[in-house]
Write a protein that binds this ligand. Structure first.
Ligand code: ATP
Length: 599
């Protein structure tokens, strides 16, 4: 697996983002803040369009999903129930010399000669350090290099001009105990919690400690009952949310791809447990074939719902301009799955900085994960809050009356065992787990259960970056005199483009042209983001909009004013960004025509 250096393409994209006002470094005037980014005028529009598309397709165009907008800081117990307090951590190592922090699993194994020191003394006498230290050097380097690094280490411990003690050496193969950048020894791996802490109220005490949410999903679980009771939904149904999330990532990198503050778009889609489906419909529908399974059916179990959401999400990405071949559908292997997950599919985008496989193909990086999470989340909140998260299902209650006793016993047993396993894995003692699981299975026979969930969870910023990478294109366009010159164009899909149309009067010093152009601008403005520009040669104005990714350009010229005859009066030139073709369109038809293209 080759890891390409941050590619030349990526550097061009980063520079365009700054130059054109898509993305800036946060707090740039103070030297920036690692892992934080600001979106400029074009970036802000792009993000808004992404979020609007998601909200529209996942919530507004469906009967079975509703929205939520929860607070960022929530009761700390939520993070205990979700497991984030205890397990949301990466193993970290620090360089003993530079204090630079790395994720332990991201240290490349190295081989070479390690030089060990038992300590050092101050050459001028007095001070001494007995801290052991070692340095790994690849074969061609001289031992003097190791000594230099070791001396720096002891200097940092307050020894001026240190004399090294007890030097010995050993050959090491594939070790991850040393900093690949300077050969200095790393600390032992230590877990590092990724949640950002804060204090609620004036006193910075343990009792007031709280967290900025590391994901938006937990609020959905915590508000599940309120939403259910107020929205007139019943299982199966979903709750969607878009909002900020924060993770104290150890190593923010690849531009905005791994940031410390980012936005998520998450759906929790609640479904019946398979045992309930089997009781009501006799059997759970089996996936007929790979691909989209079509309109949801009442006899779908978790597998078909999961497949459905994977396909829906891929359609979403295609719909806003990411071609199918730029995406990878990665099914997590059983050993990669969280203990409660039945299946997880990651949708990856082939970013320029993605790793390459043996054939040099980009392998892709995660845009979204779609997980079948069983009834883990609601069950956890039920246990931690003591509030019931069960729903009552009239159809299920009625179904038991018609079932053979043997079938009922079989479903009871399977449900009991699934609940028992969940409780045991959650750390509940064997006896208690058995008793609780039996009560849960008895509740199922009365029509009550904790819903299972399918979770499509996507990142707004990663998607914005994918769309920017996908749009970036260098091609050729004629200049004012018709000579071909290279052109930089952002080929955003019109649905997602920050600005939909630019309106230009051919000349700025002709009041009739300016007046007409402003009329056209005002006609379109209520329906879409319009950019009005009258400065500079028309070719240069087109070029500026190409870099901003504006799909359409409208020019008001003398024909528009009727100077070339009545048939051209009130028509404009409509230029297509990608083909650069121009056509004459009646002003009256412009609005409906563009609205159709951007919807
Ligand atoms: P990764 O393995 O890349 O850290 P994850 O599997 O931890 O991601 P999830 O917890 O599943 O990510 O979060 C859902 C989505 O939120 C991700 O698919 C991604 O789009 C987004 N996301 C997660 N962490 C970050 C981050 N640090 N910066 C930007 N987006 C993020």
């Amino acid at each position: 697996m080759a890891e390409p250096k941050t590619s030349e393409l990526m550097e061009k994209i980063v520079s365009l983002c700054k130059r054109r006002g898509f993305i800036f470094q946060s707090s740039e005037i103070y030297g920036g803040l690692n892992g934080f980014w600001d979106y400029g005028p074009l970036g802000a529009e792009l993000k808004r369009n992404i979020k609007d598309s998601w909200w529209r397709s996942m919530i507004q165009l469906r009967d079975d999903v509703v929205g939520l907008e929860a607070s960022i800081i929530m009761h700390p117990k939520i993070w205990e129930a979700s497991g984030h307090t205890s397990t949301f951590s990466d193993l970290m190592v620090d360089c003993l010399l530079t204090k630079k922090r790395f994720r332990a699993d991201q240290i490349e194994p190295q081989s070479g000669t390690a030089y060990f020191y038992t300590g050092a003394t101050c050459s001028s006498g007095g001070k001494e350090s007995k801290d052991p230290f070692s340095v790994l050097i690849p074969s061609p380097k001289h031992v003097e290099y190791a000594r230099k690094v070791a001396r720096q280490f002891y200097q940092q411990r307050g020894l001026e001009n240190p004399a090294l003690i007890g030097e010995s050496s050993r050959e090491l193969q594939s070790t991850t105990a040393y900093n690949p950048e300077n050969g200095g020894l790393l600390t032992e791996p230590r877990p590092f919690n990724l949640m950002l802490k804060t204090y609620v109220g004036p006193v910075e005490s343990e009792d007031n400690k709280s967290y900025l949410r590391p994901e938006t999903a937990q609020a959905i679980f915590a508000q599940f009952k309120n939403v259910l009771e107020t929205s007139r939904q019943k299982v199966p149904f979903g709750i969607g949310q878009i909002g900020k999330a924060f993770r104290n990532e150890i190593n923010p990198r690849n531009f905005t791809f791994r940031s410390r503050e980012f936005e998520q778009m998450e759906l929790e889609f609640f479904i019946r447990p398979d045992e309930a489906i089997e009781a009501i419909y006799g059997a759970v529908a089996q996936p007929p074939a790979p691909g989209h399974p079509g309109e949801p059916q009442p006899n779908w179990g978790w597998q078909l719902w999961h497949q459905y959401w994977v396909e829906e999400r891929i359609r979403f990405y295609e719909n806003i301009g990411l071609p199918r071949q730029s995406l990878v559908e990665y099914w997590q292997k059983p050993e990669e799955l969280a203990h409660y997950a039945r299946a997880t599919v990651d949708i990856l985008y082939k970013f320029p900085f993605s790793k390459q496989d043996d054939k040099g193909e980009l392998m892709g990086e995660e845009l979204e994960g779609i997980a079948a999470r069983s009834d883990f989340d609601l069950s956890q909140h039920q246990r931690f809050s003591g509030k019931p998260m069960m729903v009552f299902d009239e159809e299920l209650k009625a179904a038991w009356l018609k079932l053979e006793p043997a079938k009922t016993a079989d479903l009871f047993e399977r449900y009991f065992e699934a609940r028992r396993q969940y409780l045991l894995k959650a750390g509940v003692g064997a006896g208690k787990a058995e008793k609780q699981a039996r009560e849960d299975a008895e509740a199922l026979l009365k029509g009550s259960y904790v819903p299972h969930v399918i979770e499509p969870s996507a990142g707004v910023d990663r998607l914005a970056l994918a769309l920017i990478c996908n749009a970036y294109c260098e091609d050729q366009a004629p200049d004012e005199k018709g000579k071909l010159e290279s052109r930089l164009v952002m080929k955003f899909h019109p649905r997602i483009a920050p600005v939909k149309v630019a309106v230009f009067p051919l000349l700025k010093n002709k009041p009739e042209l300016v007046k007409k152009a402003k009329e056209v601008r005002d006609l379109l403005r209520p329906h879409m983001r319009v950019f009005y520009d009258e400065a500079g040669a028309i070719g240069r104005r087109y070029r500026r909009q190409d870099e901003a990714g504006t799909p359409f350009g409208v020019t008001i010229d003398f024909d528009t004013l009727g100077e070339q005859g009545p048939e051209q009066k009130d028509t404009v030139t409509l230029r297509d960004r990608d083909s650069m073709k121009q056509e004459r369109v009646k002003i009256g038809e412009l609005g409906p025509m563009l609205i159709e293209k951007i919807r």
